[in-house]
Write a protein that binds this ligand. Structure first.
Ligand SMILES: Nc1ncnc2c1ncn2[C@@H]1O[C@H](COP(=O)(O)OP(=O)(O)OP(=O)(O)O)[C@@H](O)[C@H]1O
Ligand SMILES: [Mg+2]
Length: 265
């Protein structure tokens, strides 16, 4: 539909496992919904952690590639999260494993399935957050190819840099739209980041590291996760919840609702 605003698609990237993608995706999506922006969280991981984190059962059964890429079927498969209102989820889990296996059988697997599948959702929601895999396999590439924004958790360690570089390079290869690369520090202060762009590897895309960072607090996050609650619901006064709220506000102002860049005349 011409003129219809399109929800930005924010993909949690990083080719390295266990860096906080799922916790960040779930809490960010919940904060957007809490702030009154209708939000879709897409769990694109066969582990289905994001789905479990919002209190829904992981998706078993079958979902064909055709159904994933069908914009109407895609929104039919989305479910309301138990909390907060305004947050819907495309459940992940074993069903994604089967899609991955199907994609591996292809000599030249398509990478535009999610992008196609999201067409109706992008008009129905204000913002879409995708929890992707820590791999540049066919599912991971499908997630990157759908991204308007690649959100990278930054731990400030040298070990994470090669994975960040690979993720950015892959996104630059497969993204057809103008990509914005955003870094968010987890458990590390600005002045502790590696030199350069405060921990972001070089990219030819527009990029920024957020001023707000997420506090490190494994215990509180684990408790919130076990209860299927966003951390701002479970422990609103905690430092980690407050850091997530700041992060959500900055994402809304600078990324989701950023003024459109005027095209050159
Ligand atoms: N801000 C944080 N402070 C402390 N611990 C955190 C933080 N964010 C995430 N964690 C913890 O780190 C671990 C990995 O987090 P998470 O599952 O979000 O990472 P991931 O990148 O999605 O991992 P995977 O590769 O398994 O998908 C979890 O135990 C989680 O509770
Ligand atoms: Mg994860």
């Amino acid at each position: 539909m011409i003129g219809q605003p399109q929800a930005p698609v924010i993909v949690l990237g990083s080719h390295k496992g266990g860096v906080g993608r799922t916790v960040t995706a779930v809490n960010l999506a919940a904060m957007f919904a809490q702030a009154g922006r209708r939000t879709l969280l897409v769990d694109f991981d066969p582990k289905g952690d994001a789905t479990a984190n919002v209190g829904l059962p992981r998706a078993h059964g079958e979902r064909t590639l055709e159904r994933l890429a069908d914009p109407d079927a895609f929104v039919e498969d989305c479910r309301p999260a138990s909390c907060p209102p305004g947050l819907d989820v495309l459940p992940g889990g074993p069903v994604m494993e089967k899609l991955q296996a199907r994609l591996w059988r292809d000599e030249d697997p398509p990478i535009d399935l999610l992008k196609r599948g999201l067409q109706v959702a992008r008009q129905r929601y204000r913002v879409i957050v995708v929890d992707a895999l820590p791999a540049l396999d066919p599912l991971g590439c499908n997630a990157l190819a759908a991204a308007d924004v690649l959100l990278l958790p930054l731990s400030g360690t040298a070990f994470s840099t090669p994975a960040l570089c690979e993720t950015i390079e892959a996104a630059e290869r497969v993204c057809t739209s103008k990509l914005l690369v955003v870094g968010v520090r987890i458990g590390v202060r600005k002045e502790e980041m590696l030199s350069g762009r405060q921990g972001l590897p070089p990219t030819r895309c527009a990029c920024m590291v957020l001023d707000s960072g997420i506090a490190y607090d494994a215990h509180t996050l684990l408790q919130a996760t076990e209860r299927g609650l966003p951390v701002f619901e479970y422990a609103p006064g905690s430092r980690v919840a407050r850091s997530f709220i700041e992060f959500g506000r900055e994402m809304l102002a600078r990324v989701v609702e950023r003024p459109a860049v005027p095209s050159s005349v």
